[in-house]
Ligand binder design. Structure first.
Ligand code: AG3
Length: 276
């Protein structure tokens, strides 16, 4: 029998994948969680019907949400990741030998448990001795930690329900305060084809706070439209002025120093979105 999972990306558009088996489904305190084995994209984490990551394309998103900021900073030592309970962003951050401490703040303990059990290649970094996993509200954690972090990474779900606050001007202002004087933040900011208002609003809220704010893109096949945006904001260092000798060699499948710079070259439709 054919079993298919469909994410309804909008009311009129879906992405369907053939499912070989269901590894787990559960109602957590916060959301519905599933890990499915798909034929084409491997194992897939789904929260409230929304695809979070798949083992076949997760590297694009996780490398791009981390390395651009980590190489833009001169010497990142203390990093916070808000959300990202699957551990993919952590795995990339701990590839940087200078990083001393990574605080992962995930509200839902079950996401971490399911990822450790069913997505071990994504969750691997969570066991690194530099990593502290905290099950608490990321908004509160950021509000209560001032001047602590070199880099803050917001690896959130879509701006629905509890995650709405992770796209708010108040939260970005708290991130600014949680960073040191040369700190950098990066947030996933959804698809330029499907979420133009969100990109405009979050970009302008972040630009009001930080001297350097830029949008960059990567291509994630299982996310809506495939074209995905990230917003990076920095107090001192410009991601477009990273000296070539800062790019130490780390193992990646998508990110390269050339991609680092190229990702900021925006199609006309995206560049125009950010003006005004
Ligand atoms: N967080 C961003 C997922 C957004 C995908 N949206 C969608 N499929 N509609 C990913 C978490 C991975 N660490």
């Amino acid at each position: 029998m054919d079993l298919w999972f469909t994410e309804k990306q909008t009311n009129t558009l879906g992405l369907s994948l053939k499912v070989l088996r269901t590894l787990v489904t559960e109602h957590t305190q916060f959301q519905d969680l599933a890990v499915l084995e798909t034929e084409q994209y491997g194992r897939m984490l789904v929260l409230d019907g929304i695809i979070q990551t798949t083992t076949a394309d997760e590297f694009v998103y996780h490398e791009m949400i981390t390395h651009v900021a980590l190489f833009t900073h001169k010497d990142p030592k203390t990093v916070a990741i808000i959300g990202g309970g699957d551990g993919g962003a952590v795995r990339e951050v701990v590839k940087h030998p200078g990083v001393e401490r990574v605080v992962l703040v995930e509200i839902d303990e079950r996401v971490v448990a399911a990822s450790r059990q069913y997505l071990p290649e994504i969750a691997a970094g969570l066991s690194d001795e530099r990593v502290e996993v905290r099950f608490e509200d990321g908004i509160r954690h950021i509000r209560e930690n001032k001047g602590v972090y070199d880099v803050v990474i917001v690896d959130s779900t879509d701006p629905i329900g509890a995650a709405v606050g992770l796209f708010s001007a108040e939260f970005y202002a708290d991130i600014y305060e949680s960073l040191k004087d040369d700190g950098i933040m990066v947030a996933q900011t959804e698809s330029p084809f499907h979420n133009q208002d969100l990109i405009r609003k979050s970009f302008s809220a972040i630009r009001d706070l930080f001297p350097i704010t830029r949008l960059y893109l990567a291509y994630v096949p299982t996310y809506p439209s495939g074209m995905w945006s990230f917003t990076i904001a920095s107090k001192e260092n410009d991601p477009l002025s990273v000296p070539m000798d800062r790019f130490i060699n780390i193992p990646t499948k998508y990110y390269t120093p050339q991609i680092h710079f190229a990702a900021f070259t925006l199609p006309q439709l995206v560049g125009q979105m950010l003006q005004g």
